[in-house]
Structures are given as C-alpha cells and as structure tokens.
Design a protein around this ligand. Structure first.
Ligand code: PLP
Length: 408
C-alpha cells in the first residue's frame, strides 16, 4: 500500500455520501448529465480569500488565472480580489470580461505583437520581461497613440527555498536579470511609459513559511535597491506568491498567518523609497486547488497478478497532475475517496486507473479505499488548480470533462 495526501479540511470531516457545496456528488453528476466532471466549491475559495485578507490586511491580492481560468469561477472570484494576473491574450480576454483593465497585469516571456497590442489597447499593465519586449511595446504604443502601462519583471537573484517550481536565483527566460533591471526602469520612465513598478516572482508551491518569509524580505530589499538605482519610487511591488498547498502524504498546510505577521514587520521597517508603494501577492493554487473535486465513475474492476485495478472513465486527459505527470519528479498519490462512502474504513488496496491506453494513466497507485463497486463515483481532491486547463484534453479523443462552479 502507498500513502495518499490528506483530504482538504472541508471534506476530511465528512461522513457518508460526499457533499460539495452542500450538495451530494451524485446530484452534481446528474446535473452534468455525464461523468467525469469537475466541481469547484466557491465557498472554499471565498474562505481562502478571507483567510488571506485577515492574515495580510494591507496587501493587495491578485489571482493568477492560469491556475483555473473557468469563466464562472473568474466571474465569482473577480470581485473578491484586487487584481488578475494573466499570461496570454486568451487569458487577457477572459480577465477583461470580469475586471477593469487597470487591475489586470500580463506576464509571460514571449508576448507576441498582437498580445502587446491587445494589452496596450485595453490599458492592462505589461510585466515587461526584456529590453526587446519594452522596445516593441513602445513602438506599438506610438503606432496606436497610447501610453503603455508597464511594470518591470525582475529575474531575482533570490530563490524560493523548497518550492516545487523555482523561478529565481538562476538563468531564466522570465524577467530581466536584477543587474539590468534598474537600467530598464530608467529607460522606460525616460520614454514616457506609465511605470507601475516591479513584478518579482521567485517560485511556486512552497509549504515552508520560513522560506516564504525569507524570500519576501529579500524581495522588498531588492525592490528598494533597484528603485534607488533607478532613482524612482515604484507605485506597486508585486512580491510574487508561491503559497503551496498540501497535495501529498506528509505535506503540512502553509501557515499564512505567520507569513502575514512577518511581512507586516518587514514592511514596517522598509526603506523610505518604498514608503508610498503598494504591495501585492499573486496566488493561483492556494486560492483554488482545494476547492476542486474531480468526479469520475468506475467502469470496471479487474484483478491482475495480485493487484486490483479500479478503472474509471476519467484520467490524465482531464487531471494530468493527479497522474504525477505535471511537474513532479516522483509519482505520489493525491487524496482520493469513494464518494458514496466518505469516512468509511478502508478495506481494500487498489490502483485507480483511467481509460487511456497508456501506463501513465494512473490516478491512484495502491491506495487503501473502502469497498468500491462498478458504478461508484470516485472523488479526486485538490483538483481546483491546474486541472482541466492544464491537461492534454485531446489526447486519445475522449470528450472533455464538465466543469461546474457552485454558487455562493
Ligand atoms: C508569474 C507567475 N505567477 C503566478 C503563478 C501561479 O503559481 P501558483 O498557482 O503556484 O500560485 C505562476 C506559476 O507558475 C507564475 O509563473
């Protein structure tokens, strides 16, 4: 038997049939008219946002929509956050449908001219990632007769220790190396851009509050140093994010209250050039991962050489991350349950596999579950971020999964 991650707290306490947003999993499946499906519980998202607000009342909260760009979820989350961060013109269009352009920032190392045109025309902030990109943005602004709003994305000489995905402290396609950032700010300001400040993103999926605290303090120092060098105060410093979620056995949920306390202290003694600066944190998965449940139905159960395989109608084509093929080195089990029997004692060890004709399509490996039968719904938790939109939905030609957002 192999361990699996703990169910998110809102689901761990349940006994009997699984409820999501107060409604039985079966009812959601009936509403979708088919399985598999994702259900996103907006009450859980709202609870995470409220927790952030109380831990960090003075910090702006941005949602990185790459984590889950579903239109209904965006519409529900937009009024609850201060900004939306996008990474393509497709995401920009979705963000503009729910939030004013002044609250939208656009990061990404390879923005095409048509994407720059869309952002500048709308009035969104470009997180400029290179001198070349700044030049193209100015040329486009001139052509359109518009002043681009620009922040400089810095490739920090800081790493986020222990993060699942490091994006700083090394050679990187993201942002401008810290040693060149002040020169770029000077050039942008001299050219007449509406300079919005810095975007400094050091990594993702960190569960150690100490590492986040260290990185945030170093990021504030770096922003101050660059601002001094450029001799101009930044209106906003986006401190990045990287708040992780507990996917696997042994992971401990991040104590954001400790992070917020340390950040407030760091800001209280910040260098004077940042006195009037606003600070933002941009989060994806921490806001939405735990709110999502992927529901898939058991098609067959079979034995092979001493192992039991529970074969379900959904797989890595919808929920790649649970199969261990989305940025993890070692495959580990996401939290999984039999939806009809929450809280029941585990009686069998099974592997839950999808219908795809590839051995990669394993959603749960040798996990302990209560009795499971053909027709049961299997619930895979932590499915609210990097699920439907981050999976190879066309692979092998199965239909897409439905996605439902609960109403709060
Ligand atoms: C620039 C930037 N912002 C935000 C995110 C969202 O990260 P997470 O979902 O881990 O919060 C990422 C993830 O790669 C990113 O690269």
């Amino acid at each position: 038997m192999k361990p699996m991650g703990a169910l998110p707290p809102e689901f761990a306490r349940q006994d009997g049939p699984l409820k999501i947003g107060g409604r039985a999993a079966d009812e959601w499946a009936a509403q979708a008219r088919d399985t598999p499906l994702f259900v996103y519980d907006m009450a859980i998202v709202a609870a995470r946002i409220a927790r952030f607000r109380s831990a960090m009342p003075a910090i702006d909260l941005h949602y990185a929509i790459k984590a889950n760009p579903h239109a209904d979820l965006l519409a529900a989350i937009a009024p609850l956050v201060d900004g939306l961060d996008v990474a393509s013109s497709g995401e920009l269009a979705k963000a503009l449908a729910v939030k004013s352009a002044a609250s939208i920032s656009f990061a990404g190392p390879g923005k095409r001219d048509d994407e720059l045109i869309a952002a500048i025309t709308a009035g969104a902030t470009l997180n400029v990632e290179s001198e070349g990109e700044a030049g193209r943005a100015f040329a486009i602004g001139d052509r359109l007769g518009l002043t681009p709003r620009m922040a400089v994305r810095v490739n920090p000489d800081i790493e986020l220790r222990g993060s699942g995905m490091r994006m700083g402290g090394r050679a990187s396609p993201f942002g401008v190396d810290a040693v060149r950032a002040a020169a770029l700010v000077k050039a942008i300001v001299a050219a007449g851009a509406d300079w919005r400040g810095f975007h400094i993103y050091a990594g993702s999926q960190a569960l150690d509050p100490g590492a986040i605290i260290e990185t945030q303090a170093a990021t504030i120092e770096l922003a101050a140093r660059l601002a001094e060098e450029a001799a101009v105060a930044p209106p906003l410093v986006n401190l990045g994010g990287g708040f992780g979620v507990p996917y696997f056995a042994g992971d401990v949920a991040l104590g954001v209250e400790r992070v917020g306390g340390a950040l407030a202290e760091a800001l209280a003694s910040r260098p004077s050039i940042l006195a009037e600066t606003r600070f933002a944190i941009e989060l994806g998965r921490w806001l939405v991962a735990e709110a999502g449940v992927y529901l898939t139905r058991v098609i067959d159960i079979k034995a092979s050489q001493g192992e039991t395989f529970v074969i379900v109608d959904g797989g890595l084509n919808h929920q790649l991350a649970a199969s261990g093929n989305f940025g993890t080195v070692v495959r580990r089990n996401y939290p999984i349950a039999v939806a009809a029997r929450m809280g029941h004692e585990a009686t069998e060890t099974v592997s839950v596999v999808g219908p795809l004709c590839t051995p990669l399509d394993r959603l749960g490996e040798k996990i302990a579950l209560p009795r499971v039968a053909v027709g049961d719904l299997i619930a895979i938790f932590m499915a609210g971020a990097y699920g439907a939109s981050a999976s190879p939905t066309s692979f092998l030609g199965h239909p897409p999964a439905a996605e439902i957002v609960t109403v709060i």
